[in-house]
Design a protein around this ligand. Structure first.
Ligand code: TYD
Length: 136
């Protein structure tokens, strides 16, 4: 199973500008959305995230500005630049994630498949590695 996919979101564009529609049920968003949150006004040099989820799907979009999105599945690590509202980062399965290098105007919107549940988080990197490797 792939742990991260980049989804090119369709832009409805005309002389007035652009529009992107996010519809669940596999049309655009590959899961039913139960929660949306957004991160903005992030201070310089801050690294957010630094956790994994046991059971959560997420679609992350920089609706304004840009940042770097670091993902690690316990074996492979990569950093993806999110720099356009049409670029969706889809996360599934055991993924350690960190967000960094936020531009001042960055608004990072996250669609999630489940309600907020702190017991779904893994905050310790060694715990994450252990759990991720058990699942390979
Ligand atoms: P936090 O998990 O630290 O954000 P990030 O991992 O993106 O850096 O969340 C900051 C606070 O917001 C923390 O007190 C938990 C709370 N929170 C909610 O209440 N609901 C949510 O859906 C999320 C994502 C966070």
């Amino acid at each position: 199973m792939r742990y991260v996919d980049i989804i090119d979101l369709h832009i409805f564009g005309d002389h007035r500008g652009s529009l992107i529609s996010l519809e669940a049920n596999s049309k655009v968003v590959p899961f039913d959305v139960k929660r949306v949150y957004y991160i903005f006004d992030t201070k310089e040099d801050v690294i957010r995230g630094k956790h994994a989820h046991k059971n959560l799907e997420q679609l992350v979009i920089a609706v304004s500005g840009e940042c770097n999105f670091y993902v690690d599945n316990g074996i492979e690590k990569k950093t993806i630049k999110i720099d356009h509202p049409s670029k969706g980062i889809y996360l599934k399965g055991m993924v350690w994630r960190e967000m960094m290098d936020f531009s001042e105007d960055c608004v990072l919107m996250v669609l999630a498949s489940e309600h907020y549940d702190v017991s779904d988080y893994i905050f310790d990197y060694e715990d994450f590695l252990k759990t991720a490797r058990e699942n390979f």
